[in-house]
Design a protein. Structure first.
Length: 416
């Protein structure tokens, strides 16, 4: 028989770049807003027009002074010079006619240049003053023109907090901004109807799906409690009870996924370190049975949100890290950290090598590594989908990246 070559050992793929959440600028008034750009545009146009106008006036004034200040006379030899003031120091008694004519021309040129310099300086000061007034006036007018956009932005921010009852209802002329406002209001009407229908569906599904599963569980538990039941029936009952429990988990996961897609309205201070500790306590028994060690330092990191949903994020990540681990000497590291403007929850674990191109599939419902649908007893395939949905509802995000040597590093970033 021909020997079969052993497969090459798997190597960890290159780690993708993870970029933390962009911080808000330290000086928000320096943002290149439309108002600032309009101000710079109109102010810059005024400044350029003023410089061109000043240059033209200067050239015309220079030409007029050059023509108008030429000497209308010439001193002849033997002419007597009598000074009436000291405006021309070079013109002194005893000069010849040629010297006196040269002194008069030089003095006239100095007077002309002095007049042009005075005109230029005063014109520049006037231009600077008018530019300041033009920029201020342009800023005020741009703010007045763009005030409807600010109103639309404020309404959109309130809507982002699930306050879908808000409307812009912009008054004024029937212009482009009024058309934009009316279109936005129509979109909000459709969104409100859609979200209301979704909430009704979630409420109805919560009742309609839980009730029969609870009845099935009760009936199975009653039959299993019968000591006279044959072993085959006992085994069948346990199998059906496990299947029913899995269906209950699936229903709960789907309902939680549907609810967590919305923004969190009521927010309270929640410490991610405390949330992580509770999740670890719930997963410790399973980790001990699988021989997985849970470690890591958890610093205080307080965020605004829903404690139950945030605990669900930590629990799902820790459970996945425990279940998808190596058979021997596996570990899970859970850390929390407070950074400028955001809090960070990191769950790392040993495990199989995960290709970078399959990372996005892990967050899809009912998807697992290298499988299209769930097909094991490790869960219902909604853990990471729920975690991502809850993180988005809190204004944060969750990012996964392969760990060198196998396993994953899950980073949850939440605003503080």
């Amino acid at each position: 028989m021909r020997a079969v070559a052993a497969p090459a050992p798997l190597t960890a793929p290159p780690k993708p770049t993870w970029e933390p959440k962009q911080q808000e600028p330290s000086y928000p008034w320096l943002r290149p807003t439309i108002r600032i750009r309009l101000t710079l545009l109109y102010g810059g146009m005024f400044l350029i027009a003023g410089i061109l106008l000043l240059s033209i006036i200067y050239m015309l004034a220079a030409q007029a002074l050059h023509v108008g200040t030429e000497l209308p006379f010439t001193l002849l030899p033997g002419s007597k010079i009598q000074l009436t003031n000291n405006a021309c120091p070079a013109l002194t008694p005893g000069l010849s006619a040629d010297q006196a004519n040269a002194a008069l021309k030089a003095c006239n040129g100095e007077q002309r240049q002095h007049a042009l310099d005075t005109l230029l300086n005063r014109s520049l000061l006037t231009l600077v003053g008018l530019s300041v007034i033009a920029f201020a006036f342009g800023y005020a007018m741009a703010g007045r023109v763009l005030s409807p956009l600010g109103r639309i932005t404020r309404t959109a921010r309130r809507v982002a907090g699930t306050d879908l009852s808000r409307r812009i209802e912009l008054d004024g002329p029937d212009d482009e901004l009024k058309e934009l406002s009316d279109t936005f209001d129509d979109m909000l009407d459709r969104l409100e109807r859609a979200f209301t229908a979704q909430q009704r569906f979630v409420g109805n599904a919560s009742h309609e799906l839980r009730t029969p599963l609870a009845i099935n569980r009760t009936l199975l538990e009653v039959h299993l409690s019968d000591p006279e039941a044959p072993p085959e029936l006992q085994q069948l009952g346990k199998t059906l009870l496990a299947t029913n429990e899995r269906s209950e988990q699936l229903v709960e996961g789907l309902l939680l996924l549907a609810r967590s897609d919305n923004q969190i309205v009521e927010r309270k201070p929640v410490d991610l370190a405390e949330v992580a500790e509770r999740a670890i306590d719930q997963a410790r028994a399973e980790a001990t049975s699988k021989g997985v060690t849970i470690r890591g330092e958890r610093a205080v990191a307080v965020v605004q949100g829903n404690g139950v949903l945030l605990e669900r994020i930590a629990l799902n990540l820790v459970q996945n890290a425990v279940r998808y681990n190596v058979a021997e000497e596996g570990w899970v590291e859970v850390t929390t950290e407070l950074q400028p403007g955001q809090a960070l929850l990191v769950v790392s674990n040993t495990g199989p090598v995960v290709p970078a191109y399959e990372i996005d599939n892990l967050f899809e419902p009912f998807r697992r590594l290298r499988t299209e649908r769930t097909g094991s007893d490790k869960g219902v395939g909604l853990g990471l989908s729920i975690a991502r949905s809850v993180a988005r509802a809190h204004g944060g995000r969750i990012i996964a990246e392969p760990r060198e040597g196998g396993g994953l590093v899950m980073r949850v970033t939440l605003p503080v």
